[in-house]
Every structure is written in C-alpha cells, then in structure tokens.
Ligand binder design. Structure first.
Ligand code: NAD
Length: 431
C-alpha cells in the first residue's frame, strides 16, 4: 500500500514535462508527498497508457504508485491540455530527453520546446520556478537557458530558473527518488531556492544549493566516473584474458574486499562485462567530451573511456567466436542494457548480435524476461529469432551467451556451453 505524506502545503501545484523514467518517477514521488501534480507528455501512446493506469515501461514500484495517485492528486495532460495546469503551477519540472546531438553535444531541442510551451501558458502574475531535471552540460543554464527564458518571457522577473539533477538508477527509480542520498539544487536567486528547499523539505536527505554550472557538473562528474570505472574494469579483463589462466571474476571480487571499498555498491560498476549502455552514460560522456573540446581542452582519459566502451561489443563478439562454430545455434540471454529494466537503448546486446551477424553467425535466437518487445521495436533491422521462454531457448540452443546479468540465468541447469560475458554465474551478485 502506498502512503500519501501530506506536504507542507497540499495547495502547492507542480507540473512535470515528460513522463519517461525520470518524469513519471518525479511526478509520482511529489504526488506521494501530497502535492497536486500534473504530468505532461507529448507521446500520445505513452500519455494514454499512463492516463489509464498502465505503465509504459517496466520500473519496480512505479505501477503501484501510479494506481495510488492517479486522479487523486496526479493528473495526466497532453501538451494541448496543459495550459491551465502550467499557469497554476508553482514549479514546472522539465524531464524531457536530452539525446546526443551532432558532434556528441547534448541536443536541447526538446527542452527548449517544453520551455516555450510553459512560458506561453503563463498568463498570471504568479511566480513560477522552471526546474530543469533533464541532464544538461555544465554552463548550459547560464549560457543558453537563462538568456532563452529571458527572451521568450520578455524579461519577466516572475520566472525563476533552477537546475535539479536527478541521480536515480533505472530499475530502482522509485526507491532512489523517494530515498535520495542528496538533493542538489542549482539556483541563483533566493526566491527559487526557498521554494525548492520547501518543496523537498520532507525528503530525508541533505539539500545542497550550488550555482547552476556546479549543479550541472555534479551530474556529469557522477556519470563519467561510473563510465570510467566500467571501461577500466573491462580493459583489465581484456588484459587478464590475453595473459590467460586468470580467474577474472574472482580477481575482481577479491579486489572488492579491500576495506577501502567498504562493501559499497559502487563495486558493481567496477566489474567487467560487455560495456555500458542505456540512455545516460553513453550520451553524457559524449556531451561532456563535446563541451570540454568546445572550451578548448581534449579530455584524453574521457575519450579513451568512450573508445574502450565502443570497442567492447566487438571484443566480446570475438571472444564468443573463439568458442562457437558458425553453424552452432547461439542463444543470446539478455537484451535490456541491465537487469531489472526493459530499457534497450544503446544496449550492448544489439551491438554484439550485429558483430556476430557481420562475421557470418546467422543462427541466433535471443531471450529476455521483459525486453523482447522493446528490442524488436528499437532494432527492426536485426533479423534473429526470439524466444519467450528461458527453458525453450536453453533447449534449442547449442551454446548460450549471457549478455545481461539477469538473476534467473543463475538457475540454468544444462550441460551445454554457457559463455558468461557478465561474469554473473559466480557466487555473489556480479553485475
Ligand atoms: N534514465 C535515467 O536513468 C536518468 C537518470 C537521471 C537523469 N536522466 C536525464 O533525464 C532526462 C529524461 O530521461 P528519461 O530517461 O526519463 O527519458 P525518456 O526518453 O524516458 O522520457 C522523456 C519523455 O519526455 C517526453 N517529451 C519530450 N518533449 C516533450 C514535451 N515538449 N512535452 C511533453 N513531453 C515531452 C518524451 O515523449 C518522453 O516520454 C534526460 O535528460 C536524461 O539524461 C535520466
């Protein structure tokens, strides 16, 4: 049962642009606090699903929250229906996508469109804070967003601007939002800061106010260090494989026992696998590199982190090819970019399958507990068979390749070859 916590004032109204992983979580997380929340989504299919209480993606805990708050204090609006909600809102959160644009820089077009839509809806004198939760590179708020808002709003001073990076992990969105480690607010005016501090007051976490660029930088610092740990662990596993006779999984697990790691869950990022994927790490490392280059510095470590990651699918495919014949039936286990998620954006599985097909391995079937449909939609050109049942794929394949570390793969009982690219069949969690 979801419990509603009555916030400092249930009269506070919030609008949230974009009901993806971050936006829907944010909207429902504030609904839980007792605020009135309007979720605005431009994708008709997604918007209608949410309006009918159906989750458009898999995310543990969000389905229950959606059913608890929908039409109680969480209301879904299409962009066309959102004018009144926006005009009434004290805070407007922007949780729209910021994908990789040309030359790796973050594409701000969705964000700018949503800002336009918000500003066009403001017809009263109410003070509105525009809160950017979308990930945008350091300096974007001060150099692009503030001038953009001032121009569009005809220098209207009743609009505040804030940056509020989100650190949630897909697969754990609800818990991470409801129980954050820290809340970072990039803010440069007192009124917006007071409103946001009050909004987040009942969250059990330190609220840290910094300037715009520092808030933006903290998010990139976080994602780029995670990417670096993953690429470094992968590079080490390649060296170990080349030297030979090294138990890679065990070596990493013993490393993690060093008390300097202090049993922290970061160790799951310092573990070899198939390379990072998903929406955030690939595009955010690219965007950080792009802005660094634009400011005149070529970041060599970051560039190598990206390159190592780009090379990983080919490396993994070569390792598979050494163990499998072209005529063998290969069963790929796992299509989402990580377990407990149906997100297939930038998933290493797609790249590994493509590498195998390029090399003439045609007999491929793939299974994933939740991501098969998303994979078929996202990668229509990848022609392989799909299986909906783990026992079936184990039965029909000559050899199994674990590409996503789903827990259920640990229970596979077979005498067939299993190539564990995630090192997840060993004791403990792996990745
Ligand atoms: N996914 C994560 O784990 C995560 C974590 C932290 C931060 N972020 C950042 O948060 C942002 C959103 O990420 P996401 O994973 O939720 O993306 P997403 O693609 O799942 O969701 C974005 C949503 O915004 C909608 N949208 C775009 N323009 C709109 C508009 N004008 N009006 C209404 N809706 C609009 C899209 O249709 C989509 O449903 C990105 O900048 C991302 O980098 C993501």
């Amino acid at each position: 049962m979801e419990t509603t916590i009555i916030g400092w004032s249930s009269g506070v109204k919030i609008s949230v642009f974009g009901l993806g992983f971050v936006g829907l979580t944010t909207a429902l997380g504030f609904s839980r606090k007792g605020y009135t929340v309007y979720g605005i989504e431009k994708d008709e299919r997604k918007m209608v699903a949410i309006k009918n209480g159906k989750m458009p993606f898999m995310e543990s805990g969000l389905d229950k929250a959606l059913n608890a708050y929908l039409e109680k204090n969480f209301y879904v609006r299409s962009v066309q229906e959102a004018k009144e909600a926006l005009n009434d809102s004290d805070c407007v959160f922007f949780c729209v996508g910021t994908p990789c644009g040309s030359s790796g820089a973050a594409d701000l077009s969705h964000l700018k469109t949503a800002i336009d839509q918000a500003i066009c809806s403001f017809t009263n004198d109410k003070f509105h804070v525009l809160v950017i939760k979308s990930t945008i590179p350091p300096s974007t708020t001060s150099e692009i967003i503030v001038p953009y808002v001032r121009e569009k709003a005809k220098d209207n001073r009743s609009i505040g601007i804030a940056n509020n990076p989100e650190f949630l992990r897909e697969g754990y969105c609800w818990n991470d939002f409801c129980s954050p480690d820290r809340i970072v607010i990039g803010v440069e005016d007192k009124k917006s800061e007071e409103i946001l501090r009050e909004l987040y007051r009942s969250f059990d976490a330190p609220i840290l106010s910094v300037n715009y660029s520092t808030a933006e930088f903290i998010k990139y610092l976080s994602n780029s260090v995670l990417a670096t740990m993953i690429s470094y662990a992968n590079e080490m596993s390649i060296i170990a494989d080349l030297i030979g006779n090294i138990d890679v999984a065990n070596a990493f697990k013993i490393l993690h026992m060093d008390k300097r790691w202090n049993n922290c869950s970061m160790t799951s990022y310092f573990y070899p696998g198939c390379g990072y994927g998903g929406y955030c790490l690939p595009k955010d490392t690219e965007a950080l590199r792009a802005i660094s280059k634009a400011k005149g510095f070529d970041p060599l470590i970051l560039s190598q982190v990206i390159k190592t990651n780009e090379n990983m699918p080919a490396k993994v495919a070569q390792m598979i090819m050494k163990k499998v014949n072209k005529t063998d039936k290969i069963g790929i286990l796992g299509l989402s970019f990580k377990p407990n998620s149906d997100d297939v954006r930038e998933t290493p599985s797609a790249k590994i399958i493509e590498e195998l097909q390029k090399a003439g391995y045609e007999n491929i079937t793939a299974y994933d507990p939740v991501a098969v449909d998303n994979f078929m939609i996202e990668y229509p050109s990848i022609a392989i068979e799909f299986s909906r049942d783990l026992c079936d794929i184990v039965r029909v394949s000559d050899c199994l390749v674990i590409v996503t570390g789903w827990r259920e793969f640990k229970s596979i009982k077979t005498s067939k070859t299993i190539i564990d690219c995630r090192y997840c069949m060993v004791d403990g969690d792996g990745r």
